[in-house]
Design a protein around this ligand. Structure first.
Ligand code: CP
Length: 303
């Protein structure tokens, strides 16, 4: 039995197979409409979500399966003090596969150790968000043609942003990648990531001003400053609108640069950008369904 805790749980060959499957699902949805008949997905979300939970539910429904679950810890027996370990033992009696989001880093790993069914980490605190990374990689591969050879700007909250940490960890396995980290001083990418890049000899630079680096980027990954990760409201208010991507900044970018964002967005991308053909974030959300369909089939060994 296989779980998904980190994007690194799949090697690059396995990722290519997963993305090939996702693209086949995209172009031939009818072929997969009954692939999960009789199977049940449990979505156990101890933290809010729109995209991840609903794209998992859409994915399983489009595969012919059914979905059970909870979207709020307060409506589950966690509110009575039940442990994640006990919850997953019970969920294993009810479902064939489980997607779990939890505010505590490592909680899905604890669940996986006790689980009798595959567990997918759907986001754990500020740590990892592997299915978002699968979504991001599939989007890049589908829209740009490959996963190597890019200068990638990551902008916003690079300290607490789990999507950023997961994505960098996955991209370092591809050739000819260069990172530009764009953040205020307080939200710089953690040291363990810059150490990883140094050890692997992968070039990166850290800057504060987005407009200074726009012309060199092939991909720009925007992120939200996450209110829920701040201990101090004052710091959040000071930093929340530090970056706003608008038409003036987009005018500095390459004609084929893509803007990605895991969403939700708050103010960091002006809505005037949404109609720019380089804005790929809503297409990215659609790829999230295809890749989760492919992941469910792979972990259930139905592919
Ligand atoms: N991208 C993402 O994880 O969105 P949700 O928090 O809405 O699931």
């Amino acid at each position: 039995m296989r779980h998904l805790m980190s994007p690194l749980d799949f090697n690059t060959k396995e990722l290519d197979e997963l993305f090939d499957l996702a693209n086949d699902i995209e172009h031939n949805p009818d072929k997969y409409a009954h692939a999960c008949d009789g199977k049940i997905l449990a979505t156990c979300f101890y933290e809010p979500s729109t995209r991840t939970r609903l794209s998992f539910e859409s994915a399983m429904t489009r595969l012919g399966g059914k979905v059970i679950g909870f979207s709020d810890a307060a409506s589950s027996s966690a509110s009575k003090g039940e442990s994640v370990s006990d919850t997953i033992r019970v969920i294993s009696c009810y479902a064939d596969i489980c997607a779990m989001r939890h505010p505590k880093e490592g909680a899905p790993m604890v669940a996986a150790e006790k689980s009798l069914i595959p567990v997918i980490n759907a986001g754990d605190g500020g740590h990892q968000h592997p299915t978002q990374t699968l979504t991001d990689l599939l989007t890049i591969r589908s829209l740009k043609g490959s996963l190597g050879g890019y200068t990638i700007g990551l902008c916003g909250d690079l300290k607490f942003g789990r999507t950023v940490h997961s994505l960098i960890g996955a991209l370092v396995r591809y050739s000819d990648i260069r990172f530009v980290f764009i953040s205020p001083e307080e939200l710089r990418v953690p040291d363990y990531i810059t150490e990883l890049l140094k050890n692997k000899g992968i070039p990166y630079e850290e800057v504060i001003r987005l407009e200074n680096v726009m012309p060199q980027l092939d991909l720009l990954y925007m992120t939200r400053v996450q209110k829920e990760r701040f201990f101090n409201e004052e710091d959040y208010v000071r930093l929340k609108d530090f970056y706003i991507l608008n038409t003036d900044k987009m005018a500095l970018a390459k004609k084929d640069m893509l803007v990605l964002h895991p969403l939700p967005r708050v103010n960091e991308i002006s809505v005037e950008i949404d109609d720019d053909p380089r804005a790929a974030y809503f297409r990215q959300a659609q790829y999230g369904v295809y890749v989760r369909m492919a992941l469910i089939l792979t972990l259930l060994e139905l592919a």
